[in-house]
Write a protein that binds this ligand. Structure first.
Ligand SMILES: NC(=O)C1=CN([C@@H]2O[C@H](COP(=O)(O)OP(=O)(O)OC[C@H]3O[C@@H](n4cnc5c(N)ncnc54)[C@H](OP(=O)(O)O)[C@@H]3O)[C@@H](O)[C@H]2O)[C@@H](O)CC1
Ligand SMILES: Nc1ncnc2c1ncn2[C@@H]1O[C@H](COP(=O)(O)OP(=O)(O)O)[C@@H](O)[C@H]1O
Ligand SMILES: [K+]
Length: 510
């Protein structure tokens, strides 16, 4: 299980550990891991041009010490100070290792430099050779602004040590000016602990922030590493062990071993009923394909049997592809309803009868989400994307996209059900505030019908006996794994994702 802790939890764990260790030990551990990660990112350290963006706190200290390590291995390291309060021992370490220091605390007023100017700057930087400690350090003011642009333009990597867990969302003008330069010249960024400017505890990005190609974090993951939109600004996240002992986290992410342990595998005594029967009330005459696709997702899961209920022409379409499906109502262990329906096409009488069976879990998708009774207590998973959640709670879609964790949690708590909020990253929130995030999925999954596969596999896992929270999270994990597998053969369709599910499951359980 990957855990994502809050700043408060990290601070408490850090204090407990620091009390037992000589001063500076944790920062040295962090810096050593960071230097190795930057080195691996670069491929070759000797002669590489590394620019450090340095804020006023320990995040900058990590970057400076890592920069010193890289300079000792032959990198040309330049620190750009964005605050007069930079970490002094780190600064001294960098300078004594041959690193250079510039003051970057001024906004650059000019328009974007011309592309060939950037190329010129690159060549000049090349011709410079390794920097030395006796080069001008802390030289005054505006002459350095042009120099900052020159080193940024020629950099192989920028290390973002502006702020970490002590930062408030957003970037101050002097930091923003340099970050814009970095973006203009397309230099990849390795973020120290967090991309500066994101909201660490919520994953929100209300203000400008750094976009990293890699984030190197310490001790444990933070919420912003798993939750969008901040997670998308992190790139891959590399965790450096610094010996931190942390309590259980509320926001977590299933790993392969967790999914393997949860997956309901049939055993010698199993029969089709004991493996679970899933009732599917999905598809409509308008969207008959959704029923076929959701059925494909369900049959690729652990369930022993699928019953289909819906309009006759849709049932015939399902049977044509899946002759193993039984048409008509009967006893089931779980229902999946709503995929491939609009709000107006849901069979409300049957829907309410189904959702009032308090002891049978139900996954409610698409058009049926809005038809769910507010007072329906019990075992329900809803699977909205941000647009559907917007319709349900009357909050604009873009506001939900910006505060995904907040709204997923709020709806789960208010309505006492499990919310699976779809998107590039998937958030599964339980009524008690627990959250499981699926942070990695192939963007190829953004294809029509992909959500129907997810509903099918989620229903199958529910019928197979997993509790709602775990069923939703395992479904998101397997859906993403199948999407990645399907995409290895090129662009995917929803059916190709469903067809990849058994192989993705086999690989996982092997
Ligand atoms: N915890 C651990 O286990 C370990 C932690 N370690 C490292 O320490 C880091 C935390 O260091 P930290 O506490 O010094 O805070 P940090 O994020 O560097 O800076 C905060 C300062 O920046 C300022 N500022 C605020 N907002 C801003 C903004 N938007 N834009 C610009 N500036 C802004 C504000 O200061 P001000 O300038 O307002 O006086 C504030 O005080 C952590 O992320 C990790 O890298 C590792 O070394 C070892 C193990
Ligand atoms: N950019 C993306 N990267 C990864 N997964 C995505 C992305 N966009 C959408 N998805 C996933 O694809 C599925 C789309 O479902 P949905 O929006 O219901 O589509 P449909 O209604 O066409 O089936 C969801 O599981 C969602 O999490
Ligand atoms: K940072």
């Amino acid at each position: 299980m990957r855990q994502a802790h809050t700043v408060e939890q990290v601070r408490a764990a850090e204090a407990a550990l620091m009390a037992r260790l000589p001063e500076g030990t944790l920062m040295q551990r962090a810096a050593a891991g960071l230097a190795v990660a930057v080195s691996n990112f670069l491929g070759s350290t000797y002669g590489a041009r590394v620019v450090l963006l340095i804020g006023s706190g320990d995040n900058g200290g990590d970057a400076l010490y890592a920069g010193a390590r890289l300079a000792r291995r032959g990198a040309q390291v330049t620190a750009v100070l964005l605050s007069p309060k930079a970490h002094q021992p780190g600064l001294a370490a960098l300078e004594s290792a041959g690193g250079r220091v510039l003051t970057g605390g001024q906004a650059h007023p000019e328009e974007p430099a011309h592309a060939d100017q950037a190329a010129d700057a690159d060549q000049e930087a090349d011709a410079d050779g390794p920097a030395h400690a006796d080069e001008p350090a802390h030289a005054n003011g505006s002459a350095q602004v042009g120099e900052v642009e020159r080193v940024v333009a020629g950099a192989d990597v920028v290390v973002d040590g502006i702020v970490g867990i002590g930062g408030r969302p957003g970037l101050r003008p002097e930091a923003l000016a340099v970050v814009r330069l970095v973006e203009r010249y397309g230099v990849p960024v390795v973020a120290v602990d967090t991309p500066s400017g994101v909201d660490v505890d919520t994953g929100e990005t209300p203000e400008p922030h750094v976009r990293a190609a890699l984030t190197v974090t310490f001790g444990t993951h933070k919420v912003c590493h798993l939750v969008d939109p901040a997670a998308s600004a992190c790139g891959p996240v590399h965790l450096v062990d610094i010996g931190l002992e942390v309590p259980p986290a509320e926001v977590r992410s299933l790993q392969a071993a967790d999914v393997r342990a949860l997956y309901p595998v049939p055993h010698g005594e199993s029969d089709k009923y004991s493996r679970g029967v899933l009732g599917l009330m999905v598809g409509s005459t308008q969207y008959p394909g959704a029923a076929v696709i959701a059925t494909s997702g369900a049959l690729a899961g652990p369930v022993g049997m699928v019953r289909y209920v819906g309009p006759d022409p849709v049932a015939h379409a399902v049977l044509a592809v899946h002759p193993e499906v039984v048409v008509g109502e009967g006893r089931v262990q779980a229902w999946a309803v709503g995929s491939g329906t609009s709000t107006g096409s849901v069979d409300l009488e049957r829907f309410h009868r189904i959702t009032q069976q308090q002891d049978v879990p139900v996954i409610v998708d698409a058009g049926a989400i809005a038809a769910l009774d507010h007072d329906r207590a019990g075992r329900v998973v809803i699977t909205p994307h941000a647009g559907e959640l917007s319709q349900l709670i009357g909050v604009p879609r873009d506001v939900i996209e910006q505060r995904r964790l907040h709204y997923a949690r709020q709806v789960a708590e208010d309505r006492q059900l499990v919310v699976l909020l779809k998107g590039a990253t998937t958030i599964v929130a339980a009524p008690d505030g627990s959250v499981l995030v699926n942070p990695i999925a192939s963007p190829w999954l953004a294809t029509a019908g992909s959500g129907d596969v997810l509903a099918g596999i989620c229903g199958s896992l529910l019928a197979g006996g997993l509790p709602e929270f775990e069923a939703a999270a395992v479904a998101a994990y397997l859906h993403a794994a199948a999407g990645t597998l399907a995409a290895s053969a090129g662009p995917v369709t929803a059916m190709s994702v469903a067809h990849a599910l058994p192989e993705a499951t086999r690989l996982l359980l092997a």
